[in-house]
Write a protein that binds this ligand. Sequence first.
Ligand SMILES: [Zn+2]
Length: 457
Amino acid sequence: MIRRPWAAVDYEALMRAYPPAPEYFETAWLAPPEEIEATQLARLQERALAAAKVPFFERRWAAAGFDARSLATTEDLWRAPFYTVDDIRRSIEAHPPWGDYQGVLPEDALREPMRVYMSGGTTGKSRPTFYTQWDREVGAVLTARALYMQGIRPGDVVLNSWAYGTHNGAFAFDEALHRWLNCVVITTGTGNVTSSERQVEFAIEYGATAILTTGDYLLRLADVAREMGYDPSADFKIRALPNIGDRERLESRFGVECFNSYGFHEVQWVSVECPAHDGLHIFEDAFVVQIVDPETGERLPDGELGSICITELYKTGSPQFRYNIMDLSYLYPREQCACGSWLRRMAPFAGRGDNMVKLRGVNVWPEAVGEIALSVPGTEPDWFVRAVRVDRRDELVVSVVSTVADGERDALRAAVEDRLKERLGVRIGAEIVRPGDLDAWTEVNVSPKLKRFRDER
Ligand SMILES: [Zn+2]
């Protein structure tokens, strides 16, 4: 007996539990703290019982002495062991081909339509995650909330310029726009699939209010539009900007406010900035976010930068229960925001916890290097850091894009190196490259998360 999507998912119940935009911003977004926490605890208890039946969690929780029935408060969540991507890799090796961390398997697709997406596809073995119909729908509701806050409205025409591939990225946006925002999606894919000139034509001709891609590519499209004889600020009807890229440059180029947001493949959208632009509100009806020390996994206090350890509260398929994702951020204490919301806020994505390099005794994050390099006038918002071994010493080299004349490149390189030395206290090499030179390294046309660092030691 095959169950179709509408039989597998009770859509009325789904919308009551996870209100979509715009209703969400008049209801759960403004809920009082007691209500937020009560909802979280009830869902957390339910998710713990479900995860306990998945072999991966059953095994790890037994080893750590954690009993899923012992969750009396959200605070108790700290007693459950966290896991990282390495544990997922080991699970796949020991239990090929899907690993034992999945809550569902292909045969369950008869009971409920399912999808599978891969992470880590370009380097090393792919890590699959199954999503039930319910998981896809709620995930799309969450993504649609973030897109709505960023300025996209029902009925808009939107270009989706992410890569439709084995990764969730493009599909998560597509489903959010199509199913929960009633937008008309033009499925251009990246510049490799639909040329930049065609993307510009589509955007201008059909009055697209957003082009979903990186900030760098959007700025490049504006340049292409100018080369084609358009005036990007007048001819584009852009109303929502990407959350990755040089915010100031994007805002000034398009005259639109930028709203940061955060999400990742396995759990979809987690948080979004509000008009107060002071931290990203977490969708707490669907997540508990904790911050831990990237090296030890120990709890860190509010305000301290560490790795995001996430527990989703909404799924029916593969659980993420204390997944230490190694993305860096920090938490704000719970207090009411100027926008009226009590939802906890987190800082924007601040780099990768596993990318830290110890350089002559100083801890350096590649993202900090990139940010400082871009603060030097004459640089374009595109960079890449490599860790290399020179004369038995660890060194960092930052490549920065610039369009300055050949005769000015040496002076710019020296200026970047001087500023890095001044700000970080260690010498870091710089090189100046041309637009497009870093695309193969950053994977700008392939992946929704730009790569900014490579360890070549
Ligand atoms: Zn707010």
